[in-house]
Design a protein around this ligand. Structure first.
Ligand code: ATP
Ligand code: MG
Length: 494
């Protein structure tokens, strides 16, 4: 505590001096005023803690000064100094707010005792004020923390329901109503079974409360909501270890389930695609053993040839799969280089022509007049073009026609592959770029393929900032247009 400031207001000098002497050496700062007016003036200038006040003074008497103090400096502890004959006056002064009184004549000890008591009161009061301030602050802090928690709880995407030990809901967040599609209103105060009809979910809470363990369960769509949900239920204990209730939280795992299903579908499809060519190779190996023993070389050669074709198909399928996954997870490295459009097509035609000729299909190439260039990975683009052209040959019956043309407009070069083949139905068209999709029908039954070619083409074209367009009329033909940004040869960078 700072130095205690004491003011003695008394018209009798002896009293003033007496008080001063009694309190000297205690470390107080003592001031003296000879009448009420002077005392008030001094209190206006200085901040006193204790005033020793004579009641009977000429001018403003002690009661007047006391009134002034109550109005202007109510924190000051007033000790009234009065003669024994006028003790009743001291009592009324105390009713008016004085702290204590000292009768004249007084002993120095008595003065010290009364002042000590006043100081004790001052320090108790300061302590109380400090505690009150701390309490207000911590209440504010608790309030802030509460509202912070409330916000977090309300914003959570996970559904949370809190029950008491009898599985009656005591709290829930908005996500619980939404995710669990709860219709009950209100939910709080009712047994969980009223709002959640699924027995298993309710039993989870009961099990968790009875066994005092965390219980986790998954629910399929339709059980609690239209989503796949994973629920955890944990018992809540008091500090003494008694179970007070349970906290249940539900997360939406529909996306994980979908990905899981896609993965297993994909594995099943890949296994199937790998199995059929392998099975036929295996059969041919058996046949080869038997035929070579009994029938001679020419039949062996034929089997050999067929085995080689199937093995190549298998290798191509595996290559396609590997490339697709590399393209999808971005681990493939593209070696972009300036490439002349015309050159890449001529290169492909050299491979495509013998294929087409074997089916008596004519390929007509109509290049545009522009000498267009684009910045591409030669091998990947060639594979993509090749897939489109070999599809056109594959899905065009014997004696058909294939027209390959190029155009350049709006900064794009277009490669147009038009066949007079079996065409694609309107309902199949949106799926032809899906992995493993193959049109099922009479016309395609005997045509082999894995349904990966176009998915790969799409990935490669996308990676080169290109576009694909398809138009098809069943039994008339299909036109694929692949467009890529062209670049001036001079500005190309490798
Ligand atoms: P892969 O190319 O992997 O050996 P695929 O040719 O069956 O097998 P995609 O190239 O992805 O697979 O083609 C998907 C499906 O689209 C084909 O199975 C076929 O039904 C249809 N398709 C593709 N191109 C043509 C076309 N030019 N004419 C008619 N149908 C086509
Ligand atoms: Mg294909």
């Amino acid at each position: 505590m700072d130095t205690i400031q004491i003011l003695v207001i008394d018209d009798e000098k002896v009293i003033r001096e007496g008080v001063d002497r009694a309190l000297s050496g205690k470390g107080y700062s003592i001031s003296k005023a000879e009448n009420g007016e002077r005392g008030i003036e001094m209190m206006k200038e200085d901040d006193f803690n204790i005033v020793l006040l004579d009641l009977m003074m000429p001018g403003i008497d002690g009661f007047g000064v006391l009134e002034w103090i109550q109005e202007n400096c109510p924190h000051i502890q007033v000790i009234v100094i009065t003669g024994f004959a006028t003790v009743s006056k001291a009592v009324s002064a105390m009713k008016q707010g004085a702290f204590d009184f000292v009768g004249k004549p007084f002993t120095p000890d008595y003065i010290r005792i009364v002042v000590d008591r006043a100081i004790e009161k001052i320090s108790l009061r300061a302590e109380t004020a400090k505690l009150r301030e701390e309490k207000t602050l911590s209440l504010e802090e608790i309030q802030k923390e509460k509202s912070r928690l409330k916000t977090v709880f309300s914003c959570m995407a996970e559904a949370v329901i809190i029950t008491d030990k009898d599985a009656v809901v005591v709290h829930h967040n908005p996500a619980a109503i939404k995710l669990l599609e709860i219709q009950t209103d209100p939910v709080i105060g009712k047994p969980l079974a009223v709002s959640i009809k699924d027995e298993n979910a309710v039993n989870m809470v009961i099990e968790s409360l009875e066994k005092e363990v965390v219980v986790t369960r998954e629910f399929s769509p339709g059980k609690i909501s239209r989503k796949f949900l994973r629920a955890h239920c944990s018992p809540v204990r008091s500090t003494s270890g008694n179970v007070l209730g349970a906290v249940m939280n539900f997360e939406d795992i529909s996306t994980h389930k979908e990905i899981d299903k896609m993965k297993s579908d994909f594995v099943a499809m890949v296994a199937h695609e790998l199995k059929s060519p392998l099975a036929s190779i295996e059969q041919m190996i058996y046949a080869l053993q038997a035929d070579c023993e009994y029938e001679g070389l020419s039949s062996c050669n034929a089997l050999h040839g067929r085995m080689t074709v199937r093995t190549k198909d298998l290798l191509r399928l595996i290559d396609n799969l590997l490339n697709l996954s590399k393209l999808e997870n971005g681990t493939i490295i593209f070696n972009l280089e300036p490439t002349r459009g015309h050159d890449i097509i001529v290169d492909i035609l050299e491979i495509a022509n013998p294929q087409a000729e074997s089916k008596n299909i004519q390929i007509e190439y109509l290049p545009c007049d522009d000498d267009w260039w684009f910045n591409v990975d030669y091998d990947h683009i060639r594979t993509a073009f090749m897939n489109i052209i070999s599809n056109a040959v594959k899905y065009t019956p014997e004696g058909g026609r294939l027209e390959i043309s190029t155009t350049v407009n709006g900064g794009l070069a277009n490669l147009i592959v038009k066949d007079s083949g079996i065409g694609i139905n309107e309902e199949d068209l949106p799926h032809i770029f899906d992995r493993f999709f193959r049109v099922k029908g009479k016309a395609t039954r005997h045509i082999t393929g894995s349904g990966l070619g176009l998915s790969l083409v799409k990935e490669v074209v996308d990676a080169h900032q290109g576009y694909i367009e398809v138009h098809s009329t069943p039994n008339v033909g299909t036109t694929f247009t692949l467009s890529f940004p062209v670049t001036q040869k001079q500005t190309l960078t490798a």
